[in-house]
Design a protein around this ligand. Structure first.
Ligand code: WT7
Length: 656
């Protein structure tokens, strides 16, 4: 794109004047401050944004790099910072959470309510034997209880690990085993899109698969009341566990580096990794990015539509907005129930001012709105909105423009926030009152974050040239390690190729030749992004080949998809002759169900192709780049001279 067709959207006058970071000079001043005195900058912000029980004397400890420590001799408590201090500052009666259930019922809780609920839950956890340093797995849907459960863990220094409610029993089991959790918090059911789905039964199944001997208790929230099996001595109804618990619980003051949570995410190998986050550095960036990227003010109503099972829900539901004493929406349901106008109706009903969602949701709502005026944003009053956000995957310019025009009424800046589970919070993002916007670009690094685009040797490439996205300096909310596997942490994020000096994000990027703006060009490893859900191709391949009665070999690649961003395409060699027609359809269904059981429905391939073999080099290596072309139904233009069996490409190109 030439300079002339790059359309810049300037911040609106109102936001540019009143924002915490007002104007590009203000942004540049912060960048300069961090450059001049990196530790001084982060130290200043850590004192301003967080309340410390014991102040820190050292900001950054690099003595054991890349295992960096931030504010290490300081002590604090995350739940104190999110709850008590707001009550102490006169916000006790302010609404903390507006919860809207799947069916539309609304429940509001104030900061005082949420503090009491968290304290009773924290006391209940203690009564069940949970102590500082123990792990607690949380497998629950979007709910006030879910947020309170995370806060309660933080309050007593237990490390939580939330598992998204869409993961299967097998995936849940793997995570329970890896964390060595002592206790699980779940609910009888979850309700989404008018349907009641099991949670407790999946926990039972996970525990029955073995390897979960660490688990002593399961606390069960009653959501449906529809009745579930309870195991004597192990399972306890939350109501009973809470009965008689005191509404006051002294926070456990933990060291800043104390692990606040583990969150599992996919990498390029089969086994998901437990990303470990700290208390102090993480909370600082959660609060700071919520403040600057969303310009969150006292009278805002903030809505992040992510699930607490993902990092976005951790940082921008459970921690960031509450640390700032904000008011936020927690939504149990799905964007398309009872119809695809649900988001717009909720924005209208609750007068949401800052709205943060994923491109995949926007794209599917565009489709719905185009065929049904009643669910088009123009049929709702969205005038309360002032800032829009996007997260999880690249937002294509057409979706950006629609979001800007139809949801934001052409008035609201869109912050396209690039970050990852590992980064804890925003890394590259516009600031709404400062950064001129370009659709499809996440623009510039958050002040203090030193992002760069480099070549394979770690040397910065000129603007205008694509390369590998890295971060040059450690930052407070960075991943601390992979739980139980520090070597994998080093290898994955501080590889030898870069002499262990640069954080490797795993994404490609390019900076605009004129403005230096970043555009993310997608993962450079075997990680897919389907509807904003991150999945490893190897993980899906392992799930396929674990169907031992059917599958001999499998290879999985991603393919661009208009709605989901990327779609999963699996190439499968069966242990029986290559099927066609109805038989192929039936086997494909069987394989999809198998994957849903092994990982979860989100990992089901959109496309399954059967072959007598896979395209391999003479040394037996599967040539995935060829499979990517086949998946796109493109003619293979790459060099196939090293291919052992070129004819296989034609066969795999055919749908059954
Ligand atoms: C991967 C991280 C960000 C929290 C939720 C997902 C992709 C994320 C953007 C964006 C382009 C993006 C990257 C990244 N990604 N945000 N604004 N533009 N790509 O966290 O599951 O750890 O996934 O999502 O590929 O590496 P995650």
């Amino acid at each position: 794109m030439s300079e002339a067709d790059t359309k810049l959207y300037q911040p609106d006058a109102e936001t540019a004047k009143s924002a915490y970071v007002a104007g590009m000079e203000a942004y540049q001043a912060l960048v300069a401050e961090a450059e001049a005195d990196y530790e001084g900058y982060w130290g200043r912000l850590a004192k301003e944004l967080l309340s410390w029980k014991q102040p820190f004397t050292q900001v950054l400890d690099s003595s054991n790099a890349p295992f960096f420590k931030w504010f290490a001799d300081g002590k604090l408590n995350a739940s104190y910072n999110c709850l008590d201090r707001n009550v102490e500052n006169g916000k006790g009666d302010k609404t903390a959470i507006i919860f809207e259930a799947d069916g539309g019922e609304v429940t509001k809780v104030t900061y005082k309510d949420l503090l009491e609920r968290t304290c009773r839950l924290a006391n209940a956890l203690k009564a069940q034997g949970v102590k500082k340093g123990d792990r607690v797995v949380i497998y629950i849907a979007m709910s006030i209880d879910g947020v309170a459960a995370m806060q309660a863990c933080a309050r007593i220094g237990a490390t939580h690990s939330v598992v998204f409610g869409g993961f299967s029993a097998q995936s849940l089991r793997d995570r329970i085993e890896d964390t060595g959790a002592k206790l699980i918090i779940t609910a009888d059911h979850q309700v989404r899109g008018g349907k009641q789905l099991p949670l407790k039964a999946i926990v039972d199944e996970a525990l029955s698969l073995g390897g979960c001997d660490s688990v002593q208790k399961v606390l069960v929230v009653k959501r449906s009341g529809a009745g579930v099996a309870m195991t004597e001595g192990r399972d306890v109804w939350m109501d009973e566990a809470l009965a008689g618990q005191d509404a006051v619980c002294e926070p456990e003051w933990v060291e800043a580096e104390h692990p606040l949570f583990l969150l599992y995410t996919s990498g390029s190998t089969g086994k998901p990794k437990g990303v470990q986050h700290s208390t102090g550095g993480y909370l600082l960036h959660a609060a700071l990015t919520t403040k600057w990227t969303f310009d969150l003010k006292d009278d805002d109503v903030f809505w992040c539509t992510a699930d607490i099972g993902w990092v976005t829900g951790h940082t921008y539901i459970t921690y960031g907005p509450l640390a700032l004493g904000g008011t936020e929406i927690v939504f149990e349901g799905v964007p398309t129930y009872p119809d695809a106008g649900r988001f717009w109706k909720m924005i209208q009903d609750h007068k949401v001012t800052v709205f943060y969602t994923a491109p995949t949701a926007i794209r599917s709502l565009i489709k719905a709105a185009e065929s049904n005026e009643a669910v088009h944003p123009k049929s709702y009053d969205l005038s309360s909105l002032r800032i829009l956000g996007s997260v999880g995957e690249p937002i294509n310019p057409a979706a950006w423009e629609w979001y800007h025009q139809h949801v934001g009424g052409g008035r609201c800046p869109i912050v396209d926030t690039f970050w990852q589970t590992e980064t804890g919070g925003h890394m590259i993002t516009p600031l709404p009152g400062a950064t001129p916007l370009v659709p499809g670009s996440c623009t510039l690094p958050f002040p203090g974050i030193q992002a760069a685009v480099v070549d394979e040797t770690g040397k910065e490439v000129p603007w205008g040239q694509g390369g590998i996205l890295v971060v040059k300096k450690p930052w407070p909310s960075m991943i601390r390690t992979i739980w139980g596997d520090p070597e994998r942490f080093k290898k994955s994020y501080y590889p030898e190729d870069f002499k262990g000096q640069l954080y490797l994000a795993g994404d490609g990027a390019i900076r605009d030749a004129k403005t230096g703006y970043f555009t993310i060009t997608g993962r450079i490893d075997d990680v897919l992004n389907v509807s904003g859900h991150r999945m490893g191709t190897m993980e899906i391949e392992s799930a396929l080949v674990s169907c031992t009665e059917l599958v001999a070999e499998a290879a999985v690649v991603g393919r661009p998809d208009d709605t989901t961003g990327e779609a999963i395409c699996a190439f499968v060699v069966l242990k029986r002759p290559r099927p066609s027609g109805d038989e192929a359809k039936a086997i494909a269904k069987q394989l999809r169900d198998h994957i849903a059981k092994e990982i979860g429905p989100i990992a089901k391939p959109k496309d399954i192709r059967f072959g007598d073999n896979l395209p391999k080099t003479r040394s037996g290596k599967i040539m995935r780049r060829l499979l990517r072309s086949v998946a796109k139904n493109e003619a293979v233009t790459q060099d196939t001279s090293t291919l052992e069996n070129p004819a296989i490409l034609d066969q795999l190109g055919q749908a059954y």
